[in-house]
Ligand binder design. Structure first.
Ligand code: SF4
Length: 329
């Protein structure tokens, strides 16, 4: 995985700006390659779905921030993935309950940019526990009053807020001036409203994980957050429609290295994600591959559970090597 320091982000920003001007539909470069075999002709690694435990719901790719490293390529007004409405998502929530799904999870873009999102979250948490990825800044803070009553809903709602580094200026370089302080306000607000909060942070090559976490805890203490919040650490996934040159995952690799247990930890073995395409809601294999139509597994959750999922996307290697997962810690 490549470094995510500021200097290395500059070329990515140029590339992202060009992509945003040129295209709405962004396709992974590996989409044109064989679904079943690697470039060397070896059978690809694959995952078969065991049971659907978690349904991810993509609320739309619009965001209030424009981070150059965003794995969704999101920015204000982005329409690559249109905003989802409550009416569109209701049938899938009912199907998820019927199939025994244990959690509904939400991602974007920034979910709180979607004006229907609090209504969607209200409906969802009447049926199942919910988990929301958010940057914790203005879009969330602006809906604080609407959000507060949802802490009394039948099922709990937990949030994961993105704080890239335990360094305000380094975080703000990527996410915009003042965003670190806003996210800290978002964390405090959610805790005061009674919601559980965890943190998504960036992985730096060679880092001392415990030391990085302790630096965050010091900042939290200084800002009146006394809890030792849980972290999820992410590698750099690259922009949508790009290829980071990761090795291909063969069937032999999958049989030799991951155990049966660790194969079950791949998100595509137990999750799906709803993605709006035009005016249709489609079911994709996981949260990481909405830029390759071959990972579109159908129009219903039941239909999406049948196909074998081939590990062709370059982000599959992150799952293979880091055990990358968007799910709650
Ligand atoms: S990116 Fe990961 S979770 Fe998604 S299809 Fe590839 S291996 Fe599965």
């Amino acid at each position: 995985m490549s470094s995510i320091d500021t200097e290395m982000r500059k070329p990515s920003l140029d590339m992202a700006v060009k992509q945003r001007i040129a295209v709405k539909q962004i396709i992974s470069p590996r989409h044109g390659e064989s679904w079943t075999h690697t470039r060397q002709g070896d059978p690809r690694g694959f995952i078969e779905t065991t049971a659907l435990k978690e349904l991810w719901i993509h609320t739309g790719s619009a965001c209030n921030l424009s981070c150059p490293f965003c794995l969704e390529g999101s920015h204000p007004g982005d329409t690559r993935i249109p905003l989802l409405t409550l009416d569109e998502v209701k049938p899938f929530i009912h199907e998820a309950v019927e199939l025994g799904v244990q959690q509904l999870s939400f991602t974007g873009g920034e979910p709180f940019v979607n004006r229907d999102f609090v209504n969607i979250l209200d409906f969802a948490s009447q049926h199942l526990p919910c988990f929301v990825l958010t940057n914790g800044t203005q879009a969330l803070l602006g809906r604080a009053k609407q959000l507060a009553p949802l802490s009394n809903n039948p099922h709990p709602i937990s949030f994961r807020i993105s704080l890239d580094y335990p360094d305000q200026s380094k975080h703000d370089e990527g996410r915009g001036e003042g965003s670190f302080a806003e996210s800290l306000r978002g964390i405090k607000l959610l805790r005061e409203q009674g919601f559980k909060v965890s943190i998504a942070r960036q992985m730096t090559p060679g880092e001392n994980e415990q030391a990085v976490n302790e630096s965050f805890y010091s900042i939290f203490q200084e800002n009146g957050i006394s809890e030792r919040l849980a972290f999820t650490v992410f590698p750099d996934f690259g922009l949508p429609g790009t290829d980071d040159g990761s090795p291909e995952v063969t069937e032999n690799c999958m049989l030799k290295y991951p155990t049966a247990q660790s194969r079950d930890d791949f998100m595509c073995s137990h999750t799906r994600m709803l993605v709006k395409r035009g005016d249709q809601i489609r079911v994709f294999a996981c949260t990481l591959v909405d830029d390759d139509p071959d990972y579109d597994l159908g129009a219903s959750l039941a239909e999406s559970l049948k196909p074998r999922i081939m590990l062709r996307h370059h982000r599959c290697f992150a799952c293979y090597s880091f055990g990358a997962s968007c799910s709650a810690p």
